[in-house]
Ligand binder design. Structure first.
Ligand code: FAD
Length: 532
């Protein structure tokens, strides 16, 4: 139920005090009243996230229909003597309460997307070509899911965004607030490098259009800005002509140095014409808690699995799986197999461990969703996820392997896949808020853990165990002087945040003072406190 208009005053009263009657008027003017919910189910849903370990209740949930709704609620808080926290929430797929607004308003950005699909709002853009960008683009609402952006752009011109995440049921505003990375990042950079323009509601409630040319500081602040400087209501996303199919290949390495050498060789080909490089490079670690069990993917056929089991003793040590993909369409269908073979000949993987599949481009991009459906059926999706994502500089990745994969995690349960793949720092803009190691090549190492147990006690035990592993990994990096940076960071206090940002902290702080001086936005990240 949406609360009736008469109750709005009470809601607003609870939120911003009865003294701020002017603000109540703003809320009404922006139709916020009808869209502000105090329903326990809505509050409950907005209190939790994919991590499943943190519960932080807001006072209300706003389902904005327009940018004005978003601006209205932030403006009301900013103008009130008793400011209240406001946090944008995308699809709630963070894992540490980052989208929460304790005692304030969660702006649920994804909920009105059905209206968009019906084009009731004029904000949904048709893909267009821009000579000044030298490419296609589409304008999308900040709460749009990437899966829907893909569907829309494919339908209108056979186009698709260039840079992806592995999983598409994430919101545009949510990934742009972090980085948005996948195996295409070495070619196109993260998603934050593939945005031309944004509309942003700042912490003062102002709606500001920004780009690399206009209001640059806000543009760069918001990208990778952890929701601290503004709420992205519209983003202009770079597009490319979508390929139709993909050759997707996995192969195993026993030698970590050969594995990373080959990964880095493949990403060094990023500027080559298509056919002379892969379009996607990722990889993952296979620990010995069961080679087959660890590969929870529809990728391998039953025949592959028999072959994998026959690896015998090799399968009892730590293995590394390189994963690559080459896109193609009718014009390159005749040469793609030869092109793939020519590239594979340059790699040092274990003979007989090459597994290939061929699938439509959309199925490739949507591959994790298939796993999600399977895990949901098994009741294994909505469980606690104590994830840890790190960027590790290339010069220390061998030490990381020795200390973590062959050390701390050896012969231990890790609770899920461990992704590892390199990226080029030159594809990340220095001026954004995103933090990476200082070296040109760095790796994402993602521990994507799920805590499960036969009983609540067992589950808590597993959760503690996996959380402890995360602490040990971070401790190892600290003690060994490995300058790893958390991606999708989660820290306990201000000092940790300052260390995370390093020499960029001053800029981060200055931008916060400028764009959200009262600390209204993104308090769930735990970087700044509300300063009313
Ligand atoms: P939320 O979790 O709702 O929000 C995250 C942060 O962004 C919060 O601080 C929130 O306040 C802020 N925010 C949300 N919307 C806006 C907005 N419109 N304007 C300003 N701030 C906003 N990440 C990758 O980079 N690559 C991957 O391959 C990848 N795979 C994933 C797979 C799964 C199954 C899951 C659960 C997550 C994955 N992620 C990946 C992480 C993902 O990028 C983050 O969870 C991110 O937070 C996006 O999720 P969301 O849209 O649900 O945002």
């Amino acid at each position: 139920m949406t609360i009736p208009a008469l109750l709005v005053a009470a809601v607003v009263g609870r939120l911003i005090s009865t003294a701020a009657l002017g603000d109540a008027e703003i809320l009404r003017h922006h139709t916020i009243g009808r869209r502000l919910s105090l329903e326990p189910d809505d509050l409950d849903a907005a209190s939790k996230d994919f991590g499943g370990t943190v519960t932080v209740a807001p006072l209300a949930v706003l389902r904005p229909a327009t940018t004005g709704d978003v601006a209205g609620v932030v403006h009301a808080s900013y103008r009130s003597p008793l400011a209240f926290p406001v946090s944008a929430r995308g699809h709630g797929h963070c894992t540490g309460g980052q989208a929460a607004a304790a005692g304030g308003v969660v702006v649920a950005m994804t909920t009105e997307r059905r209206r968009w699909e019906r084009r009731e709002e004029t904000q949904l853009g048709m893909p267009e070509y821009s000579p000044s960008y030298g490419g296609y683009f589409v304008d999308v609402w900040g709460g749009e899911l990437w899966a829907d952006v893909l569907r829309w752009t494919l339908r209108h011109g056979g186009l698709a965004p260039r840079s992806w995440t592995d999983y598409l049921y994430l919101s545009v505003g949510g990934t742009l607030s972090n980085g948005g990375i996948s195996g295409q990042a070495f070619r196109h950079g993260p998603q934050i490098s593939n945005v031309y323009e944004m509309d942003v509601v700042t912490g003062k409630g102002d709606l500001v259009r920004c780009s690399r040319e206009q209001n640059q500081d806000l543009f760069h602040a918001v990208l990778g800005g952890l929701g601290q400087f503004g709420i992205i209501t519209r983003a202009r996303i770079a597009l490319e002509r979508a390929p139709t199919r993909v050759k997707w290949i996995r192969m195993l390495f026993a030698d970590f140095r050969e594995f990373t050498r080959d990964q880095e060789y493949l990403i060094s080909l990023e500027g080559r014409p298509s056919g002379e490089r892969f379009d996607y490079v990722e990889g993952f670690v296979v620990l010995d808690d069961g080679l087959i069990n660890n590969w929870r993917s529809s990728f391998f056929s039953p025949r592959n699995l028999i072959k994998l089991s026959s690896l015998g003793s090799a399968a009892t040590s730590v293995l590394y799986c390189l994963e690559v993909a080459m896109n193609y369409d009718d014009s390159t269908a005749g040469s793609v197999d030869q092109d793939v073979a020519a590239l594979l000949r340059k790699l040092q993987f274990m003979p007989e461990t090459e597994f290939a599949t061929d699938l439509p481009y959309v199925d490739f991009l949507d591959r994790v969703h298939k796993k999600e459906q399977k895990l949901r059926e098994e009741g294994l999706w909505e469980v606690p996820h104590p994830w840890l994502n790190l960027f590790v500089p290339s010069s220390r990745i061998a030490d990381f392997d020795q200390g973590i994969f062959k050390g701390i995690l050896r012969r231990n349960k890790v609770g899920g896949p461990i992704l590892i793949y390199p990226m080029n720092r030159t594809k990340w803009e220095e001026t954004t808020s995103a933090v990476t190691p200082e070296e040109e090549v760095f790796y994402l190492v993602a521990f994507l853990r799920s805590a499960v147990g036969d009983s609540p006690e067992e589950l808590q035990k597993t959760l503690r165990y996996l959380t402890r592993q995360n602490e040990l990994i971070l401790g190892f990096c600290r003690d060994s002087g490995i300058p790893a940076k958390q991606y999708l960071p989660s820290y306990g206090g201000r000092r940790d945040w300052e260390e995370h940002f390093g020499h960029r902290w001053e800029t981060f702080l200055r931008r916060k003072m400028e764009f959200d001086p009262k600390g209204i936005l993104g308090t769930g990240q735990g970087i700044f406190q509300l300063n009313s």
